[in-house]
Design a binder for this molecule. Sequence first.
Ligand SMILES: [Zn+2]
Length: 181
Amino acid sequence: MPGATVHDAVTVAAISFVNGVYWHIQPHQHVSAAFWFTGTFLVAGYACAGDLDIKSREYRAWGPLRVIWWPYRVLVPHRSWISHGMVTGGLIRTAYLACAITAIVVVAVWGVDLLGQHFGPAAITAGLWRHAVTAIYNHTASALAAFTGFIAAGALHSVTDLLGSAVKPRARTQSRRRSAQ
Ligand SMILES: [Zn+2]
């Protein structure tokens, strides 16, 4: 399996090409959309692609916040379709992240509520979700670009793993043959 350095190099090397492809196929050709695509592609490639299912550099990149990925790391089998599926990997991580952020907000508001400040965790969380949905609706092009960049980074990670696995056994067999000669 390629290491984090290889994944980072592939992500950075691919950005111009992938961004160019997205620019041509996207329904709205906005510069802000290209910005969002590039941003989420790089961030997801660095810290939110398939290897969050093990104690990887990606996992450690979250610092103390990596605790939110602990259930994912423990429950998801490494390199399964859940984490490394070309599209499903990114989709599941998006849903997981949305649930994790919601849980953090609920716990934080609930904690403040216990201290005597009555905000109402359900109302606050529903309000935040309403704001998020409105923002996505009002900035469809940017939201779509961010989402596509996120999914594309996960897919590139999985393709790199597949190619790495295909190349490694061949390289190992060749070196074994060479040492046998
Ligand atoms: Zn991987």
